[in-house]
Write a protein that binds this ligand. Sequence first.
Ligand code: BTN
Length: 330
Amino acid sequence: MGVRGETAPRLLAELADAYAVSGSDLAERLGVSRAAVWKQIERLRQLGLPIAAQAGSGYRLQAPLDRLDAGQIAALSTPVLRHRLGSLDVQWQVDSTSSELLRRAGADPRDLLVCLAEVQSAGRGRRGRSWQMPLTGGIALSLLKRFDAGMAPLAGLSLVVGIAAAQALEDCGIPAVGLKWPNDIVVDARKLGGILVELGGDAIGPCHAVIGIGLNFRIDAAAGAVIGQPWTDLTRLAGSKAPTRNQIVARLLARLIDALDRFCIDGFGPFVDEFARRDALLDRPVRVLRGDATLDGIARGVDARGGLRVAFADGERSIDSGEVSVRARR
Ligand code: BTN
């Protein structure tokens, strides 16, 4: 499902700036036919943006529009953070913000490249799943971070990112954010977001991680139905005090870069206790899926490398996020 040309974002801007606006006014402002306006309205609806059409007054957004804006994100960040970011791009549409940074990794040598997009046409989740979000109903953020000493020390990175994301959300007034090993951000056992870490470069030398974070911001029932597990979103959790997406992104970047700095120096060890405070699987029965084999046990927290400790019938072992999938059992 694509958005052709630049009409859609301009249309969105026009809708955001007015209480309601007629098709003919939109056509005039955008320099296109009324039929083209109607077609683009349909495209925005297909992308998940609720737009009401009222006889007499025209088209109207059903919720206030909260557009991602690089300038606002920068203004909400400290000068030090602004200085450290290699780039901060907000795109209208991309296949996947993480794919975009993976493509740029070889060509752009800077550290801390950030890419956000309103629309991901091929957003990716873990284990080959897709990641979809309605237009303006989520946050899709990827950050490229460079490392010097190979990939082995990066085992706990996804958990560090989860901790930083949870702290950022709590900074924004979302209470009791938990983490479900290795990559889910949860509140009350409902998925609020997910993390996808992809590594590239030299396995034993200079390498990079593209850290992808997807957050549910405002999800309606139709979008929620494809998530495939209990979910929640920031608007529900924050109620009338919901932060803007730009505020959330600014806090995410601040917490993330601070956590990455600490992780580069000290590794995962100092994060073990913080993860334990947020561990949604702690002492829960889990099923570990490795290929066709399943093994049941009790989750016992994480070890100093970020592996999940599981007590099986024949003893406790740590498992790696790359090798298995873990499901909580009832
Ligand atoms: C998961 O829970 O499976 C991880 C989801 C990660 C989604 C984010 S959205 C930004 C970035 N771009 C992608 O294509 N995926 C990640």
